[in-house]
Design a protein around this ligand. Sequence first.
Ligand code: GAF
Length: 385
Amino acid sequence: MPLIAEIEKTFLEKFVGEYALFRSPGRINLIGEHTDYNEGLVLPAAIDKHIIMAIGKRDDHEIHIYSHDYSDSFTTALEDLKPSGKLWPDYIMGVIDQFQKAGKELQGLNIVFGGNIPQGAGLSSSAAVECVTAFGLNTIFDLGFTSLELAKLGQAAENQFVGVNCGLMDQFASIFGKADHLIKLDCKSFEYTYIPFNTKEYSLVLFDTQVKHSLASSAYNERRRQCEYGVELIQKHHPEVGSLRDATHDMLNKYVKNADEIVYNRCEFVVSEIQRLQDACNDLLADDFIQFGKRMFETHDGLQNKYEVSCEELDVLVDAVKKHPEVIGARMMGGGFGGCTINLIENDAVEKVIEATSKEYKDITGKDMQVYRVSIKDGAREVKN
Ligand code: GAF
């Protein structure tokens, strides 16, 4: 049975009353990693894997949530929102909490949700849950938040309720996604443009390491602090520099390099990555996918050696595809320490590359990789029957 039909069926089994259905997708990111929280640029897109949520209003203040994927329920009340200890309800409660903090009066809710975004794979299933909740509440209560406000409310839920200090990229992509387009988002001004991504002879294929190392979220927060420290060192001489977005290689060489080599490496990666993204967008406008792909490999190199957020499994996958000239670009994607690599592969070679890479990955790591072929779709929407 299709996912939407399953969610509707489950809602009708669990609850009575009317409901509306919403969809919000996961995301990929072509280039521009760990740049969002440095006020840099990112280049994500929403994908054909999503969360579906059915939401109905209640007459009281109770919130009843059923997770289709976990076959598990959670009940609370509007006045009693606090972390649940089992994480999955927190993404939804966090958003409801943000709506209330923004001064919106809500009613009780019946919710059923589920999805087909692989969890822990770096495809932002948690942002999709936040965004489908935010989009759905905004619609059924007619609250009038803009799309940017919805994305920021989702991010605030993740920062404050879940405790992960993420940037805005994932929520922005889930809300603003547009079929067959990448989103070039400026995380300082929040201006954005859609860039057509007609890969024609290339396929977008994700290789999932099937690992998520436990240091992922603490290391993420540590990277943020290191970037902030780099900015502090520069600000002593250039008070006008508010973030790494405003920093130059010259400033890093003068004020950061001798003070702290590790912090220098982190900052150097970010400043280079922001420039790389701008160059990569020019490649796309010139239809030069080969050059674009080379920059993806460069990004991986920086994430591996300078930002140090890769891991053995991700490096094995990127090294493995370098043996196939038909793979024109590959890199780890997202926060790091596990999850997926993103690969641009000539259409005719996809099967061959998958077969060879799966075998090599198994031989070296003893693990099985998963493969997802993705296409680029629209962002959050109401699903009408
Ligand atoms: C995670 C975060 F949630 C994003 O905000 C972003 O920083 C990304 O890691 C790295 O680019 O997905």
